[in-house]
Design a protein around this ligand. Sequence first.
Ligand code: MSP
Length: 676
Amino acid sequence: MSKFYITTPIYYVNARPHIGHAYTTIACDAIARRHRMLGDDTYFLTGTDEHGQKIERAAQASDKTPQQLTDEVSAEFRALWDRMGLTYDDFIRTTSDRHKRGVQELFRKIRDNGYIYKGHYTGQYCVFDELYVDAVGPGAPCPECGRPTETVQEENYFFKLSAFADKLLKLYTDQPDFIRPETRRNEVMSFVRSGLRDLSISRSTFSWGIPVPDDPRHVIYVWLDALANYITALGYGSSDTKLYDKYWPADLHMIGKEIVRFHCVYWPAFLMAAGLPLPKAIMAHGWLLFEENKMSKSRGNIVRAETILDVLGADALRYFLLREIVFGQDGSFSFDALVQRYNADLANGLGNLASRTLTMITRYFRGEVPYPSAKAAHSAADDAIATAARDTIAAFHSAFDQYQFSRALEGAWGLVAAVDKYIVENEPWSLGEKQDEQSRARLATVLYTSAEALRIVTALAHPVMPEATAKIWAQLGLGDITKFDLRSLAWGQLHLGTKLGKVEPVFPRADKSAIERMQQMEEQGRPATAVTVPGATEAQPATPTAPPAGQFATQAVKPVSAPTATPDGKISIDDFAKVELRVGQVKVAEKVKGADKLLRLEVDLGSETRQVVAGIAEAYAPETLVGRKVVIVANLAPRKLRGLESNGMIVAASPDGGKPVLASFLEDVPVGTKLK
Ligand code: MSP
């Protein structure tokens, strides 16, 4: 029996779970289930990533302590995975003691081995990605996500990453399958070849993290903290290392493509420095897009898994994601495509094959699998199905082993289509009307062949659609599918006389209303998006969004029209031009009754005077604002805050998520001037 240890990334708790997160976890669940069916001693880990500046700020923005926020959102992830029937063996939280202990032990080990030194870091940091970047200058955009970076100047501990460049390159060369797919491997190799600089692995200007051993003024860099989950969950650093000894190194770290560098460069380097074994493989899948952009909370284009579970069920979502998208590449999600796939492949495909085959066996053979015996009743078409089934088994295994889920499923559904055609051509319903021996024998053969092909597709598809296949398996009279040994799957194993279970439809057809229902549920349930800041959350439900530094910071609103960002987070100049920024002058400023954080302003824009309600009362006394020139987003749709209509938004920065600082000019600029 071989072991198989598989992990998902641990998910940040600043965002509620959506189908982007579900995508990775479902893929891992399907792989884990298949390994169990193949007899492997399988261990499947997932969890939540709960430390760091991003989480600390998200908590501030939602008026919660970081612990409250992390407890709440982590529980949501877990509840969703449970509702979806995901078979994780452990769920690690980075705020747990077992994790903290393990991370500190890893830090100590690396330090004792001479790879950590103290220094000063001055440079740019992207809080969104929790990444040190090479960008220059305050506010310079992050090369990864395009968001403004922040200047960090602090005493840090550094990791001697530069000492590992050659070892890493050797690793990628000696083990070509260490990083998959090939495109990601090439990217990583060129990144490492371009030179590695030492990496700051502690922060000293905020406290939401794991203290550095012997120097608690510093917290450990959140990525070192997070990556270590893969070993701390197994007991690394504790007195009980049974699981670690058994399962480490991981057989597969599954990740999304945006976190390749952390997993393929930093993580192996940390492990090398600590003298620990390296994971065997890292697979990076592509992004799930919605309306052409990466689905993410900050873009506000997420789809919640719950909506799909309510309307079509977990199997439909699992099948769709793994069948529709070429794993490794980006793929689009839409409700139309989901329902179309569901109807074509599940309701009309597998579901229909199961119900017509099993219903006819019930009707013509009293619910017992008939035997395809008589030579005379045998035809080449029967052999063709048997051959197709054998080929499908081999092709499915080989594609799935390469994580080519879509190809594997396409092949299996090719067999479904072939059997459908076979049934139509052989007309078992006509044979069933005849009583002669030859027709009965032929009918037995046709139904046996169909049922046996159905059994094979059902077994292969089980890791992808556990619920529905378990039902079909039981209807075939085969008992508990999770007990089936997938290694033994071969043509001709269905026994004569197997008594069928109760035949019931597995995938009821979905009509147009299913799409509308899901769209409506998303419209109603979709959390607020885009810019949310402390101080002006009244107009929207509080979402734990970290206000990106330098963002428009005075009103919780959606952008005028969502810019169509490219997958790397950049927007075009045309998108930027949609935002009308103008210089205004404050004429009147006063507190809003009953709202500590809001001010009502009247702002002269040259051509008109606007009322703007802004969440800046804690930072500015009203009288200091009168006469001051400010920058206004002038073409925002009006919104009501505390019953007052706000026509625009003042631009401000909230350094470290704290009090807003208004944008202003060093030179005098006439009122009404447009910014571009
Ligand atoms: N916390 C880090 C990972 C630390 S692992 C040691 C992180 N968290 S995350 O919440 O941002 O989740 C990232 C993962 O969620 C992605 O790598 C990917 O697996 C999954 N996805 C989130 N949104 C996704 C899409 N829109 N599409 C595909 N996968 C997505 O990064």
